[in-house]
Design a protein around this ligand. Structure first.
Ligand code: COA
Ligand code: AMP
Length: 634
């Protein structure tokens, strides 16, 4: 396929595919190993591939100790800026190392050793980063759960990861309210058959948590702790598990290894994001999402940059100038967030007048990811900021970009609507139903030819079978991304959206299955379906359709039931699901084998011509649904 590059990008891409060992062997030199890997790519057991086999290292050492040793100890590693608590603080590399080593010692005192799991359920505070790095230091495996998830989601993750310890805080702070975490945490532990030995609770002044028998106070614990040294781990040992939503209610435990992760993220900072030692980098996301793991915590620290932990929103904390204030105050060279955050700013301050108060001259690039960057938002950001606005496409599974405009390697023209080109290491192809590559410009399923590059998931946590059946079984020799799209004649990738039932609501990945499970638990509901419908602000929002049990009077009871259903989803999945609309319907369209036709309903709700399979059970159900689905959304 042609590309618009005749230079560094074309050469790097070509080598990464034809000779991955040479390409990634070279990239691995940027990481400090305890034992050099013996094999760059271990392909002896396909479809399971392992990177840097035989090598050993410690990720925390590469993120902190190494920089302190090399003279970067006084540089700020982390700025914490929290308009919601009116707090600002900073940690130099030496200070952050000290905090992390002491918390690692504290965890060790609780019995946490290499390979043990630690769940981290925290708001956006520096202690969340400290807890993650402390686990990495011990070779323990962290599993961070987004603070916006309610007990059922947290419980599913505790059940699967079986943590020895959970690290949490007394509360999170949303602009409209303070959210006590402890009742959520206790509720989740109660639901889970696995019980952690200890919960470490960071008490915040806004809400004090009631401490129970298994709870210990973060500060008291750390006070008497001995700092712990880095533990040697194999490159292929897990660094973390991050659960993500599939189509069913059971989340998928994405495993990230130590060696491949350190190599890939380090490579990405230089070549994609053009960030190096001493640069200030601002990612506005949450440590509970993959963007937070990779680009708030690990990547900036691995390269000796300065990261910013921002506890607030793009708007309302206190206004739509929040991002510009952060960029101006700390002199950020680049920022990274989700397009929905820019849409929020655009809605409040359409001409971005608030940014005039700040000096943004240091800002060189804005990176956006997490959902499709619609051309309107792209043009708006590009016009108001006057710096390249760079879309990049990836997933929790990959941990770093699959397609991007590589600002450090070879900046290329930007085409609105496209995250640009395939990143070296990713042999991205667009396939049809018969596993044939489609011609340039034609849509199909986006798949990646195996092996995936370093830093991507080697498997799912303790579930090789689900890894194979969920990702590798549709096209032999390929990883299925779950996204549909095309590659044009210049090699630019266009990602049109998920082809499955995974939802993307304001950059938050959610499962239709868990929202359905919450709806189905209501005593008056016989069956239900959740579909994602297009939304100007959040990109997509869920919409619930429920059939009531026989004998329930829909007319009289409907308003009460729908209100309770919306509340159930907030209580079980979290407010972040943003389910506002539930319609009571007479029936759901199904195939004769009983499969609910969500795609057909989605198309109807989006005003498209629906695909109606020949095996539909009862066509009249669709006619009756048409008015509901095409009617106004709430
Ligand atoms: N803890 C508890 N509740 C949370 C939460 C958290 N960490 N995050 C969000 N919520 C709640 C919100 O308070 C809101 O509650 P409400 O319905 O009572 O108002 C609800 O969940 C929906 O939240 P959200 O979808 O985030 O809407 P919002 O209006 O609060 O904020 C954006 C909109 C665009 C600012 C926000 O969604 C955002 O920053 N998205 C980017 C996500 C992201 O970073 N993704 C990773 C890829 S970069
Ligand atoms: P997550 O695992 O939460 O990062 O979500 C991954 C999904 O978000 C992808 O499979 C896409 O559907 C969507 N996504 C992420 N980034 C982009 C992007 N730049 N363009 C289009 N879709 C994106």
């Amino acid at each position: 396929m042609a590309t618009m590059s005749n230079g560094a990008y074309a050469a790097a891409y070509e080598q990464s595919i034809s000779d991955p060992t040479a390409f990634w062997g070279e990239a691995a030199k940027a990481v400090e190993w305890i034992t050099e890997p013996t094999t760059v790519l271990d392909d002896s057991n396909p479809p399971f591939y392992r990177w840097f086999a035989g090598g050993s290292l410690n990720t925390c050492f590469n993120a902190l100790d190494r920089h302190v040793r090399d003279g970067r100890g006084d540089q700020v590693a982390l700025y914490y800026d929290s308009p919601v608590t009116d707090t600002k603080s900073q940690y130099t590399y030496a200070e952050l190392l000290d905090e992390v080593a002491r918390f690692a010692g504290a965890l060790r005192g609780l019995g946490v050793e290499k390979g043990d799991r630690v769940v981290v359920y925290m708001p956006m505070v520096p202690e969340a980063v400290i807890a993650m790095l402390a686990c990495a230091r011990l070779g323990a495996i962290h599993s961070v759960v987004f603070g916006g998830f309610a007990p059922a989601e947290l419980a599913a993750r505790i059940e699967d990861a079986t943590p020895k310890v959970i690290v949490s805080a007394s509360c999170g702070i949303e602009p409209s309210r303070t959210i006590p975490y402890k009742p959520f945490l206790d509720g989740a532990i109660e639901r889970s058959s696995h019980k952690p030995q200890t919960c470490v609770i960071l008490q915040r002044p806004q809400v004090r948590a009631e401490m129970g028998e298994r709870d210990v106070d973060w500060r008291e614990l750390v006070e008497g702790a001995e700092p712990a040294d880095c533990v040697e781990v194999a490159a292929t040992d897990p660094l973390y598990i991050l659960y993500t939503s599939g189509t069913t209610g059971r989340p998928k435990g994405i495993v990230r290894d130590n060696g491949g992760h350190a190599v890939a993220l380090t490579w990405s900072m230089k070549n994609i994001y053009d960030i190096g030692p001493g640069d200030v980098w601002f990612t506005a996301s949450d440590v509970g999402w993959v963007v937070g793991h990779s680009y708030i915590v690990y990547a900036p620290l691995l390269v000796g940059a300065t990261t910013i932990v921002y506890e607030g929103k793009p708007v309302g904390t206190p206004d739509a100038s929040a991002f510009w204030r952060i960029i101006g105050t700390y002199g950020a060279k680049a920022m990274f967030t989700a397009p929905t955050a820019y849409r929020a700013i655009k809605k409040e301050d359409p001409r971005a007048e608030l940014k005039e108060q700040y000096d943004l001259s240091g800002l060189k690039t804005v990176f956006l990811a997490g959902e499709r960057l619609d051309p309107d938002t792209y043009h708006w950001a590009d016009d108001i900021l006057g710096v390249p606005v760079v879309d990049n496409w990836w997933q929790t599974e990959t941990g770093w970009p699959i397609a991007a405009n590589l600002r450090g390697l070879e900046p290329m023209p930007i085409k609105p609507g496209s995250p640009s080109v395939r990143v070296p290491g990713y042999n991205v192809q667009v396939l049809d139903d018969t596993a044939q590559q489609v011609p340039a410009g034609q849509e199909g399923a986006i798949a990646i030819k195996l092996p995936l590059p370093p830093g991507t998931l080697p498997t799912l946590w303790q579930d090789d079978e689900r890894y194979v059946s969920g990702y590798l079984s549709v096209y032999d020799g390929y990883y299925l991304t779950g996204d549909g799209g095309l590659i044009d004649e210049d090699g630019y990738v266009y990602v049109m959206g998920r082809t499955d039932d995974v939802l993307n609501v304001a950059g938050h990945r959610l499962s239709t299955g868990s929202i359905e499970a919450a709806l189905a638990g209501h005593p008056d509901v016989a069956e239900c379906a959740v579909i994602g419908v297009a939304d100007d602000f959040k990109g997509q929002v869920p919409r619930g359709l429920v059939v009531l049990k026989a004998g329930v009077d829909a007319e009289a009871e409907g308003p009460r039931i729908t209100k309770e259903l919306v509340q159930r989803v907030r209580d079980e999945v979290g407010a972040v699901a943003s389910l506002r609309q539930v319609d009571i319907v007479g029936g759901l369209p199904k195939t004769r084998s009983g499969k609910i036709l969500r795609k057909t309903m989605r198309e109807m709700a989006d005003g498209k011509t629906p695909t109606i399979p020949g095996t539909i059970e009862d066509v009249t159900v669709l006619d009756r649904l048409a008015d509901v689905l095409r009617g106004p959304s709430a």
